[in-house]
Design a protein around this ligand. Structure first.
Ligand SMILES: C[S@@+](CC[C@H](N)C(=O)[O-])C[C@H]1O[C@@H](n2cnc3c(N)ncnc32)[C@H](O)[C@@H]1O
Length: 403
């Protein structure tokens, strides 16, 4: 059954790195390795109630946006890491823009006219579509070989070189040997200041073990040098921290003396960007749940007297009524977004503006819908291609109270 072939006319892009096609009976097929408008022959990979998944294995009529995938692994049945290697960079930005627009209408409840007014366009970051990724996690197979997982599968495809990885990661002595962490992972970090660190993660996510390089890698962002634990969170595109922080500052327009919260703050990137504008009378409070993030924020922002770091879950911390009003809020949650409880807790403190940084446009659209229910509007939106060749995108939205 899985070898069943379908001849399809490919329709619009959808969230998830695929396009939508329909069979003559109306059945939906999510097709990977295809582009809107193409005629393709596709092999069925999965049958679900209500839809099929398929991979385009032959292109009968190509899109003008199609190019040869630069990577030999970016093919049907091989590495599942990249989704759009077969599209020009410009077409990738258009595909991602279309996905953001579609999610804002379907999940966010926006009209097409409202989405048009926002004028969102996913913008490239400096650097090309290859060689950008500064943090790479290889999965290690049963023979100890590093590789990446197939799409929607636990199977690992051993690889010798990942072309979207930073050149120093491609050259690192990782893919030419086996690793004694079968079922675990080997990870490489190439920091913006030139550090290269390799560590392994045993199966089951147990404590990482440093193999080579410094445990604390140096990064440069928002005019500062940072020391970040190689195993902790940092944006994977080297241009992302400055681009996102720049958009947040531009949207929030912080004023001297204001109070701000940097929620899901990690090492405190946005707090560090806000602090100089708030001046000595201002205050920024970071809320971060992971002990590593809290340590990183305390270590890196010790010279900024107006920054305070609170360890804890955002929902629990804001559940405390002693957290009263605030002027500005930055939200930068993990993929799941913030949810209704945190939207309610933030809007109840009447900030004049909220900057929402998101790596999942579906969760973002859902949370923005909750803000809108509570009398807020999405005033501005920018999208950044912080993950070229993949389906992923980074959004920064400005939310303001309507009255
Ligand atoms: C996308 S990262 C953003 C980090 C930081 N803003 C940056 O740009 O480097 C999300 C952060 O939220 C933290 N986090 C996840 N769930 C949380 C929660 N419920 N409460 C507080 N922090 C949380 C994670 O540990 C992580 O540091």
């Amino acid at each position: 059954m899985m070898d069943e072939l379908l001849d399809l006319t490919v329709g619009p892009v959808a969230h998830g790195g695929h396009c939508v096609a329909r069979l003559p009976d109306g059945q939906v097929v999510f097709v990977r390795h295809a582009l809107p408008g193409e005629r393709v022959r596709a092999a069925v990979t999965e049958r679900r109630r209500g839809y099929l998944r398929a991979d385009a294995v032959e292109v009968l009529q190509p899109s003008p946006d199609r190019v040869e995938e630069p990577c030999k692994y970016a093919k049907p049945g091989r590495c599942g890491g990249c989704d759009w290697q077969h599209a020009t960079p410009e077409a990738q930005h258009e595909l991602k823009t279309a996905v953001v627009r579609e999610l804002l209408t379907r999940i966010g409840g926006f009209t097409v006219a409202e989405v048009d007014d926002l004028g969102v366009r996913v913008e490239p970051l400096p650097g090309g579509p290859l060689g950008w990724r500064t943090r790479v996690q290889y999965a290690v197979d049963a023979a100890g070989r590093p590789g990446f997982r197939k799409h929607r599968s636990h199977d690992i495809i051993p690889i010798d070189r990942c072309l979207i990885a930073h050149e120093r990661i491609q050259e690192a002595p990782v893919t030419d040997r086996t690793w004694p962490v079968k079922g675990g992972g080997v990870e490489v970090v190439a920091s913006s200041c030139g550090d290269l660190t390799i560590f392994t993660r045993p199966r089951g996510g147990r404590t990482p073990r440093l193999v080579s390089g410094p445990r604390l890698v140096r990064e440069r962002a928002v005019g500062r040098e940072w020391k970040i634990d190689a195993t902790g969170f940092w944006q994977v595109h080297p241009a992302a921290p400055d681009a996102l922080a720049g958009a947040v500052l531009d949207f929030l327009q912080p004023r001297p003396g204001e109070r701000a919260w940097d929620l899901y703050g990690g090492a405190g990137l946005f707090a560090a960007a806000l602090a100089p504008a708030l001046g000595p009378e201002g205050r920024v409070t970071i809320v971060e749940s992971s002990p590593g993030g809290v340590t990183a924020a305390r270590r890196n922002l010790a010279d900024l007297p107006q920054v305070r770091v609170v360890a804890g879950d955002v929902g629990t911390v804001l559940g405390n009524p002693r957290w009263r009003s605030v002027d500005l809020v930055v939200l930068d949650p993990p993929r799941a977004g913030i949810g209704r409880e945190v939207v309610a807790a933030v809007t109840a403190r009447h900030p004049r503006a909220v900057a929402y940084v998101s790596c999942d446009p579906a969760a973002f659209a859902r949370d923005v819908a909750t803000f809108r229910e509570r009398g807020w509007r999405l005033s501005k939106l920018r999208g950044f291609d912080a993950y070229p060749m993949t389906q992923h995108v980074e959004l920064v939205g400005l939310l303001t109270p309507v009255s």
